[in-house]
Each structure stands twice: as structure tokens, then as C-alpha cells.
Design a protein around this ligand. Structure first.
Ligand SMILES: *[C@@H]1O[C@H](CO)[C@@H](O)[C@H](O)[C@H]1NC(C)=O
Ligand SMILES: *[C@@H]1O[C@H](CO)[C@@H](O)[C@H](O)[C@H]1NC(C)=O
Ligand SMILES: *[C@@H]1O[C@H](CO)[C@@H](O)[C@H](O)[C@H]1NC(C)=O
Ligand SMILES: *[C@@H]1O[C@H](CO)[C@@H](O)[C@H](O)[C@H]1NC(C)=O
Ligand SMILES: *[C@@H]1O[C@H](CO)[C@@H](O)[C@H](O)[C@H]1NC(C)=O
Length: 501
């Protein structure tokens, strides 16, 4: 199989290194040097810099074995190339990836082709929790019938190859909890069928592309990367019900377009970024939101009365910001409210309905504000004065959420006081799941059940029932493992785990 010859000396040395490391310690972490090495190997195999495949690539590969159809032959080329790109497979997950019967490979799922049910094709790959180290070879672009690609909780390095643009049926892409690097993988934006995008817990960096929010996605997970741009103005174009961008370095304001997501948005989690400016008034239009978390940012101004429009909100967290004014009663009386923290701000007052009461059904947290001696654990007058005496007028502060906008100096938006608006200690709200809590058991029980399916993001997010989707679901049903995403608790506990039932 010539697709990916890897017989060079450095490769052998690395193997030795890895096996030695395996003997010496029980941890499966890759060192930085190993990560860099694997990423370099990936780039060396790419036919062009970002990993596209020549149109006629597959015809250049010689295989003697006969295949039931051309697409399974292509899948064989892709999966063998991938196997060669794997440097460590501690549970021998890909041990049986040999021979022409690719549909019997562990983690590979076949179903009738959508465009020709007489053909069996590879429609899903699920290596969740396999703890595999390696990279994604460009040949994976040959898996053109793939609808699900789940590789969460592994040690894949490098980038997502450009050849993924060929995967036009891709519906769920979950590469979370790996070691991917580089700018936002724009190749995914060209996938027309994509609905579920999970990039969390990697090392992606740089700007979020505006096209992300013009795509018809159901869920967008970006948290725990190194994204550092402004949030694109067109955020509100998004059709997603869940947008999680926590634990990045996003700057600027929350775009006012956020209010356009009224009928679709369920959860918005922006905690622990570097956001500034006022919460847009339009926020109150989000009648379907159940979870909103903007804690650990540098938001200023007051909580507008319009926020009482968040009719379905259950979890609300604006703690650890630089908010001022009075916490409005309407917000605290929202019928579904269960937990509302506005601690660690500069509020000088709170409506009576907002005052924490022991054993009340609704949890309020008003710690470390400027509520004076009537409430325990408040900031001192000296700490409060510099902020309170210079209130931010949200109706006048033009929020510059993109650098191109004629930005009035951002000065008025941030208070000119020393008490740091940023959390001084590393914030706790999103427990960075250590690989241990995130990594699912490496040996999922191979019993698919309707129950397991019911907890996949697919079924939670599906809003249409077309033949296409039914077929996708049947492919999903054959998955041994399923990514279970805890939307309800995705704040502040962002976890990806693998259901083993
Ligand atoms: C991995 O699995 C294959 C096939 O199941 C087996 O032949 C091989 O010996 C296994 N390797 C190790 C290291 O266990
Ligand atoms: C490979 O392993 C998977 C999962 O353990 C199993 O379902 C499949 O039958 C195996 N295939 C072969 C050819 O042994
Ligand atoms: C997205 O929003 C921008 C402005 O925020 C608008 O100009 C654009 O047409 C929208 N695009 C789509 C596809 O709705
Ligand atoms: C809330 O979402 C549901 C679907 O989950 C939708 O039918 C309804 O119109 C939305 N509500 C509002 C006020 O937009
Ligand atoms: C309430 O919210 C705070 C802050 O988001 C969180 O730390 C706490 O665990 C929540 N409590 C409950 C009971 O949900």
C-alpha cells in the first residue's frame, strides 16, 4: 500500500521513544516534541501545504484485492493511510484494521449509500476515547460517504486536512479533546450538510471566521481553545441552539445581533473570555434561552430591565465582571430561574427579589458587590468608589465589536480603576476536564441501544425528518459508542463523554 509510506529512520526512532515512554510511565500524554514531530510528519505527507488531495489520487494507488465497489476501495485506501499515520494505539483499537472488509474494522460503520442504496459504503467513523496518537492524513478525504466523524478524546495532532472539503455528507464532526493546532479549520465551513461542530479542548487559535455563524449549524462548541478575535458581528445569524465559546480569549462586545436568535438559541456560554462593553439590550429578546453564562469577562454597565424578557432562563451567570447599578426585580422573578449569580461585580443595589435567602428554590449569589453593610461579604467603599462614581452609559457607549467599526476609544467602556476586572485566580467555573474525566472508557461495550442513540447530539438536535436524516440515524444507531453531550449542564460543566450503554 503506497499511500503513506512511513519507513524512515525518524519514524522508527519515535516508535522506540513512544514504547520506552510507555514502559516508563503510565501516562499517555505526548510531549511537546512528540506533538511537533507528528505534526511535521503530517505536513510532509501533504501533497500541498494544507492537505488537499489530487482529484485522481485514488487511481494512482495499486491494490490487488478486489472490493465490492469503488467507494469501499477508496475507503480502504483512506483507512490504511490513517493506520500508517497512527503512532500510538495503547488499546490496540485499530489492531484489526487490515484486509478488504473495511466495514468490520473497529470503529468503522457502513450503511447503504444515500445516492445508491445498492452500494454499501463507510458512513461513520467513531474512535471516541481510543487515546490514539497520530495525525489525520489527506487520504481521509476519500471517505466521501462519511456522515459522522467522531474522534473525541484522542491525541491527534496537526491540522484538519483540506481534503475534508470532499466530505460533503458530513453531518456531525467531533474532533474535541485532541491536540489540533492552527487557525480555525475553515475547511469545515464548506461542508454543506454539517450540523454539529465540536472543536472544543484543542489548541486552535486566532480569529473566529464570520462564516461560522452564517452556517446552518445546530450546535457549535469552541470552548477551551485559544481563539482570540472579536465575536463576529453576524453572531445572530446563527441557527444553533447551543453556542459554547468559553475559555478562549475573545475580545470586544457581544454583538447586538445576538437578539436575532430568539427562536433558536437555547444555551450561550461565553465565560472566561476578555469580553467588554455592555450586555446588549437585544439580549432580552432571547425568550428561548435556558442557559446564559458570561461570567469571568470584563462586561460593564447595568443589567437592563429588558433582560426580564429571558422568559425561560434557568441558569444565569454574570459574576466576575464590572457590572454596576441595581439588579432588576424582573430578572430575579423569572419563572424558570433556578440559579442566578451576579457576584464579584460592582452592583450598588439589588431588588428584594434578588436577595439570597437560605433554602429558597432559587439560588442567588450577590457576594463581593457594593451592596454596603446590609449584605455580607461586600467590597469596601474604597474599592467601589472608583467604579461606581463613573457609571457607564450603555445607551451611549457604541460598542466596538469589530475592529473595522469606527470604534470610539474603548476607554469609556472599561473602568479606570485598578481593581482588576479579570479573575485573579484561575477561574473555576468551567472545570477544565482533565483528560481523565473527559476521556471515555477506551473499551466501549458494543451494544447499541435506542437509549444510547437518544442521548446522542444527533437525535437531540434533529429538527427535520427527511429520508437523508433517517438514513443518517440508522448509521448512527450502529455506532458502538456515542458522543453524549450534556447540553443542559454544558455550563459550567463542559464535558464530552462517551456513553457505554
Ligand atoms: C492487536 O490486535 C490484533 C488483531 O486483533 C492482533 O493480531 C495483535 O496481536 C494485537 N496487538 C497487540 C500489541 O496486542
Ligand atoms: C474488529 O473489532 C471490532 C470491535 O472489536 C469487531 O466488531 C470486528 O468484528 C472486528 N473485525 C475483525 C475483522 O476482526
Ligand atoms: C448575516 O448578518 C449580516 C449582518 O450582521 C448580514 O449582512 C448578512 O446578510 C447575514 N447573512 C446571512 C446569510 O443571513
Ligand atoms: C422556542 O423554541 C421552540 C422550539 O424549541 C419554538 O417552537 C418556539 O417558537 C420558540 N419560542 C419563541 C418565543 O421563539
Ligand atoms: C449555580 O451557579 C454557580 C455559578 O454558575 C455554580 O457555581 C453553582 O454550582 C450553581 N449551583 C447549582 C446548584 O446549580
Amino acid at each position: 500500500m503506497e499511500a503513506s509510506p512511513l519507513s524512515s529512520l525518524p519514524f522508527l526512532l519515535l516508535l522506540l521513544l513512544l514504547s520506552a515512554a510507555g514502559l516508563l510511565s503510565l501516562t499517555s500524554a505526548l510531549s511537546d516534541a512528540e506533538t511537533v514531530f507528528i505534526a511535521r510528519r503530517q505536513l510532509l505527507t501533504f501533497h500541498e501545504h494544507s492537505g488537499d488531495l489530487p482529484e485522481d489520487f485514488e487511481f494512482g494507488v495499486q491494490i490487488d484485492t478486489p472490493f465490492p465497489n469503488q467507494r469501499l476501495r477508496r475507503a480502504y485506501i483512506a483507512l490504511q493511510a490513517w493506520k500508517h499515520a497512527i503512532y500510538s494505539d495503547p488499546s490496540n483499537f485499530t489492531g484489526n484494521w487490515s484486509g478488504a472488509d473495511v466495514c468490520s474494522y473497529a470503529g468503522v460503520f457502513c450503511s447503504p449509500a444515500l445516492d445508491d442504496p445498492s452500494l454499501t459504503v463507510v458512513s461513520g467513523v467513531d474512535l471516541n476515547g481510543a487515546d490514539i496518537a497520530g495525525y489525520l492524513p489527506a487520504e481521509l478525504g476519500l471517505l466521501t460517504d462519511l456522515a459522522l466523524f467522531h474522534i473525541n478524546s484522542n491525541r491527534f495532532c496537526g491540522i484538519i486536512p483540506k481534503s475534508f472539503s470532499r466530505l460533503v455528507l458530513m453531518y456531525e464532526l467531533d474532533v474535541s479533546n485532541n491536540l489540533f493546532v492552527g487557525p480555525f479549520p475553515v475547511v469545515v465551513l464548506g461542508l454543506p450538510a454539517l450540523r454539529y461542530l465540536d472543536l472544543r479542548f484543542n489548541n486552535f487559535e486566532g480569529a473566529l471566521p464570520p462564516e461560522l455563524f452564517d452556517k446552518e449549524l445546530d450546535a457549535i462548541f469552541l470552548n477551551d481553545n485559544r481563539f482570540s478575535s472579536y465575536i463576529p458581528e453576524n453572531l445572530g445569524n446563527s441557527t444553533a441552539s447551543v453556542i459554547v465559546a468559553a475559555n478562549n480569549k475573545l475580545q470586544g462586545c457581544i454583538p447586538t445581533s445576538v437578539g436575532k436568535m430568539t427562536s433558536t438559541l437555547n444555551e450561550l456560554v461565553l465565560l472566561n473570555n476578555e469580553l467588554t462593553g455592555c450586555l446588549p439590550l437585544e439580549f432580552g429578546l432571547l425568550t428561548n434561552v435556558t442557559v446564559f453564562d458570561a461570567s469571568f469577562n470584563a462586561l460593564t454597565g447595568v443589567l437592563a430591565r429588558s433582560l426580564a424578557g429571558l422568559a425561560k432562563v434557568e441558569q444565569l451567570d454574570v459574576s466576575h465582571n464590572v457590572l454596576t447599578g441595581v439588579v432588576p426585580e424582573g430578572l430575579c422573578r423569572l419563572p424558570r430561574l433556578a440559579n442566578f449569580s451576579f457576584s464579584y461585580n460592582y452592583f450598588k443595589g439589588e431588588a428584594e427579589a434578588c436577595t439570597p435567602v437560605p433554602r429558597s428554590e432559587v439560588l442567588f449569589d450577590d457576594k463581593s458587590n457594593c451592596l454596603g453593610s446590609s449584605r455580607p461579604n461586600q467590597k469596601s467603599a474604597k474599592e467601589c468608589a472608583p467604579v461606581i462614581s463613573r457609571p457607564v452609559d450603555c445607551s451611549r457607549s457604541k460598542c466596538s465589536s469589530s475592529p473595522s467599526r469606527s470604534a470610539p476609544s474603548p476607554k469609556p467602556l472599561t473602568p479606570s480603576h485598578k481593581p482588576s476586572p479579570k479573575p485573579i485566580q484561575p477561574p473555576k467555573p468551567t472545570p477544565k476536564p482533565s483528560p481523565k474525566t473527559v476521556a471515555p472508557s477506551p473499551k466501549p461495550t458494543p451494544t447499541p441501544s435506542p437509549k444510547a442513540l437518544a442521548t446522542t447530539p444527533t437525535s437531540e438536535l434533529l429538527t427535520t425528518t427527511t429520508t437523508t436524516v433517517a438514513l443518517l440515524l440508522s448509521a448512527a444507531a450502529r455506532m458502538m459508542t456515542s458522543t453524549t453531550t450534556h447540553f443542559a449542564s454544558s455550563t459550567p460543566h463542559l464535558t464530552t463523554s462517551s456513553s457505554t450503554t
